[in-house]
Design a protein around this ligand. Structure first.
Ligand SMILES: *Cc1c(COP(=O)(O)O)cnc(C)c1O
Length: 222
């Protein structure tokens, strides 16, 4: 894997205004350092412990994104520095993020994760659930979080039309939520969708942030 070349090629192919999150979970420090040296500053991790270890030693100007399932009791471990949490799927979780952000006197950006794929998953709001979450309006009382958009994953399949229809569904939900709940909020601008195998389709369907791991770093060793 030539990490620097991969990053340069992906970045050059992105439309203006699209952000690349380099998903570095399970990859060693040296791989992240190589990406950093290629100019990459935004990294995505999915386990609190691993993130903590990497954050402690890597340069402080890295913008860390948390992209995996997050347990409430782990929020405190990442609250001091996390930039964006992509995997918010309950009121309880966002409440805890707010509480920990407050303790550190900072604001944490959060994305509401939406479940649109056909696979069963415990993670993510259904479209109905996210609308109920917003209508409840309790989130408006949380002073130290900012809801900046939505995140979603498509079904893991070769059926491009299925993937496309799921991304399209996410984009429609994003537009409708923005119009209803965030019409005057320029910060509600992130539609995080697209991974190594499906990001070109996600971009065609309106993604503004892609999360790419294996296309940059190679296969993960679990
Ligand atoms: C691991 C992961 C990715 C990156 O996956 P690749 O297929 O390696 O690009 C993106 N998003 C989430 C939520 C992930 O867990």
């Amino acid at each position: 894997m030539n990490i620097q070349r991969n990053i340069t090629q992906i970045k050059a192919s992105l439309p203006e205004g699209v952000t690349l999150v380099a998903v570095s979970k399970f990859h060693p420090m040296e791989a992240l350092t190589e990406a950093y040296e290629a100019g990459q500053r935004i990294f995505g991790e999915s386990r609190a412990q691993e993130l903590k270890a990497k954050q402690a030693v890597l340069p402080k100007d890295i913008e860390w994104h948390f992209i995996g399932p997050l347990q409430s009791n782990k929020v405190k471990d990442i609250a001091a520095y996390i930039h964006t949490i992509h995997s918010i799927d309950s009121l309880k979780l966002v409440q805890e993020v707010n509480k920990q952000a407050l303790r550190h006197n900072r604001t944490i950006r959060v994305l509401l994760e939406i479940h649109v794929a056909t696979e069963d998953s415990k993670h993510g709001f259904s479209p109905e659930e996210v609308l109920a979450f917003l209508a409840n309006e309790e989130w408006k009382t949380f002073s130290n979080i900012r809801i900046t958009g939505l995140m979603g994953m498509a079904t893991f399949t070769d059926d491009e039309e299925l993937v496309r229809s799921e991304f399209r569904q996410l984009k429609e939900l994003f537009d409708s939520i923005r119009a209803t709940w965030f019409p005057d909020d320029p910060e509600f601008s992130v539609l995080s969708m697209g991974m190594s195998d499906d990001y070109p389709v996600a971009l065609e369907e309106g993604s503004t942030m892609i999360r790419v791991g294996s296309k940059i770093f190679g296969e993960r060793e679990y």
